[in-house]
Design a protein around this ligand. Sequence first.
Ligand code: NAP
Length: 263
Amino acid sequence: MDTAYLTGRTAIVTGGGRGIGLGITRALLAGGANVAVVGRSTASLQALAELGSERVLPITADVSRSAACDDITAKTRDAFGGVDIVCANAGIFPEAPVESMTDVGLEEVFRTNVFGTIALVRSAVPMLRTSTHARIVITSSITGPITGYPGWSHYGASKAAQLGFMRSAALELAPWQITVNAVLPGNIVTQGLTDMGPGYIEAMTASVPLGRLGTIDDIGSAVAFLCSDGAAFITGHSLVVDGGQILPECPDAILEATRQELS
Ligand code: NAP
């Protein structure tokens, strides 16, 4: 792919200062795009200094508030002249068993993951309509849309809700050639994942047919593809990026077969 394939285009990446969002930021910058990177804290935007690019605009904002989403799109337009790409990636995933879930915790997950996604897209649509290469890419998850995990039922519901939004928005925005897609990461090495502990990491790695956890650059590449001209005819699509983790009908059988193969 031409390394300057996104030159002249402007992206917003929420949660783009660390974790998966940083992988997306790096991939879009490598393609030549201007990138407005959003996080609630300046700490999560510190990695951007290392990128050393004049094409990065750090924005401190909380996507769970609609006024903040309007502010993000306005600041991006003022700095770069418009918005071509929206990557709604910011998300939270606190553990909460069904019985002990609080209203506050439940609302926080939905306000960030669902409301934040929709409010940002809503705010950016007028600018995306004037772009000739408009793209929306949502970071969902395999958890919720495809799989489940005890303790993350509210999170899974929020990630599935993002796909419900994506499909209708893709139809609604198609007349303007605005594509709306989602990436569904499997287990990707980030601070949040590392915090789950070595036991979780070991079990998850063992369940991935490709034999490793994902990297933030694996997701960055997938998002960059969906933002490229080569993906102009793809809309309403969910792209699973998980090393084959959801494929086995019985993970134990796969593990046993791999063990025998290697012995
Ligand atoms: P992470 O390392 O915790 O990063 C989350 C980012 O989102 C941070 O930059 C954070 O910055 C920002 N953020 C959180 N709430 C925000 C808010 N209300 N407003 C603005 N920014 C906010 O998480 P991650 O693992 O990279 O996850 C990123 C996305 O991928 C999430 O949507 C998650 O559901 C999804 N995902 C992750 C995995 C995985 O294995 N890691 C798997 C599947 C899906 P501040 O803290 O400064 O706000």
